[in-house]
Structures are given as C-alpha cells and as structure tokens.
Design a protein around this ligand. Sequence first.
Ligand code: ADP
Ligand code: MG
Length: 317
Amino acid sequence: MPRGEFDLIDEFFNRSPQRSDVLLAIGDDCALLEAPTSEVIALSVDTLVSGVHFFEDVPAKTLGHKSLAVNLSDLAATGAEPLWCTLALTLPEIDRHWLADFSDGFHALAHRSGIDLVGGDTTHGPLAITVHVMGRVPKGNALLRSGASPGDLIYVSGPIGGAGYALEFLRNPELKADAFCLKCLQEPDPRVTLGISLRGLASACIDISDGLAADLGHILSKSNVGATIHLEKIPVAPQVRAYMESIHNPGFPLCTGDDYELCFTVPPHHQSRIDAILESLNLDGGCIGQTTNEPGLSIQSQQGALYLNRSGYEHFR
Ligand code: ADP
Ligand code: MG
C-alpha cells in the first residue's frame, strides 16, 4: 500500500484499542489477540456492495454504522459477545470527508459494542465494504438455528417492516418518508445484549436480514419443525401498518428484509423470563406463534390463512 494510503488508515481507522485482549492492533502485518481459554470463538463476515446492498448516495456515516451493525447482528443471533473486527474497504477514490464520516459511524458503534477494529485492507475499485467480526461465547451456549423443538414459542425482538418501508419510500418519492423507518434501514441497532441474555433460554435464534418468513424458515428447516404464526401478533410500527393497508398487503412484514431484529424460539416454561428480558431492554418484541410437528410455515390471521405466492404473502384463502 502506498505511504499516503497508510497515513489515511492511521488517520481514520487507527484508534487505541479499548480491549485488554488486543495485544497489537492496526499497523503491523497481523493483529495479535489473546485467545479466550475457556470459550469458543464465533466468527462471521458480511460484504456490502454499492448499488446492491445500499444506494450509492447513502450518507457515509450511516454506511459505516450499518457495515458493522449487520455483522454484530450475526454475533447477536449466536449469543456471542463482540471482541474484534477487521474492515476490508474497496474505494473508488480517496474522499477524506467521506472517510471521516464513514469511520465516525463505524467507530461510534464499535465503541458502544465493546468491539475493537484490529486490522483490515484498503483497495481501489467500486465501493464495497467487508467486515469480519469475532466474538466469544461459552462452550455449549451458542444459539443455533437448529435447536427448536415442536411446541416452542416463536418470538421477534421488535417491530418488523420498518426497513422495508424505508426502501419503498426511498424508491418512490410519492410515498411519505418516515424518520423511524429510515433509521431501521440505515442504522439498525444490533440486538447484542438480547442475544447474550438469551443464552440458556432460547432454543434457536436467527437475525432477520432477508425477511421474517425466510429467516424463520431457516430455523424451521435446520430444526426439523414447522410453525404456525399469527399475522396480527407480528409487531409493526403504526406508519408501516398504514402503508400495508394502503397497498392491501397484510403479509408485507413477512417478506421485507433488513430489519436486523432477532427471531428466536423458547420452550414455553421460559415465557415469563423472556417477556421480562424484552421489557428490561426496552424492546417492543413479543411472541408471534409456536413451532409444530407438522413441517412448513402456516400463517394465520383474522381473515383466514395466508399463502405464499412468488411476489410475497399476498392472498388469503
Ligand atoms: P499488508 O501489506 O501487510 O496487507 P497493509 O498495508 O494492507 O498491510 O495494511 C497495513 C496495516 O493497516 C495492517 O495492520 C492492516 O491491518 C491495516 N489496515 C489496512 N486497511 C485497513 C482498514 N481499512 N481498516 C483497518 N485497518 C486497515
Ligand atoms: Mg493489505
């Protein structure tokens, strides 16, 4: 890497580590990290590509936040405590204002989450951001997609569909913009504390990145169970509800992604503890249904059962 670019890394990304297990961070050939002795490492990586995962004109600060948030969300879904991350940035040009804003958003969330940026790579090309996170979780305590049993309660950690509605109004200026939904899309709050609190209580967990139906579907297929969920029980912000009514699509929150709430299952005897945890964390989530012996996802509503078609869950039968 040319000297000038190395100075940029120093200026925008090299911060003093907050963690004592970071022995050497940015600046050498490798970072040196003290491995936990009694816990296992949870590791995940996600890439955001301009024009695919975000609009090209998205504010850099929110992009810095989101590129870390989507990865922290994977740690949350595993019940892991964030430790370290790396950042591989492909940049079309060196824009110092953009870099300052991007790194502000990234570092603010990193600081808040107790994770240290310990290395990365910087290359020239179309804008793309790859973040790699590592966390720790006690052996045997990780939350997996595969642990649900028939009869478990299905929960979501908060309102669904906000990010999806933001995508709609960013594409269509005739729709009413909404600050809460824009924040859901651009600055999701990864549910790390909740994930850690669910250790030993939740039987399975996933973060909702692709849509509730698809992501719950992963739990169902990995756990070999089915589920019945109740449409009216899915928490939805009032402005999203109004939009769903205007487009006559009650299944909207099942199919829109990018919310980064957790979807998890719990044995019924843990219900009151889960409700207390959600309340103590100020999360507007709740139980939306139950797993079953019968394979497949059945969606019930006051108007009858809802069925999937290619463009989403749109019609009742
Ligand atoms: P190398 O040539 O060994 O790959 P680089 O010159 O790419 O090293 O990087 C120098 C140092 O800067 C390394 O410690 C690397 O981890 C760090 N680094 C490079 N790019 C980034 C980035 N975007 N964010 C954080 N650290 C970075
Ligand atoms: Mg390199």
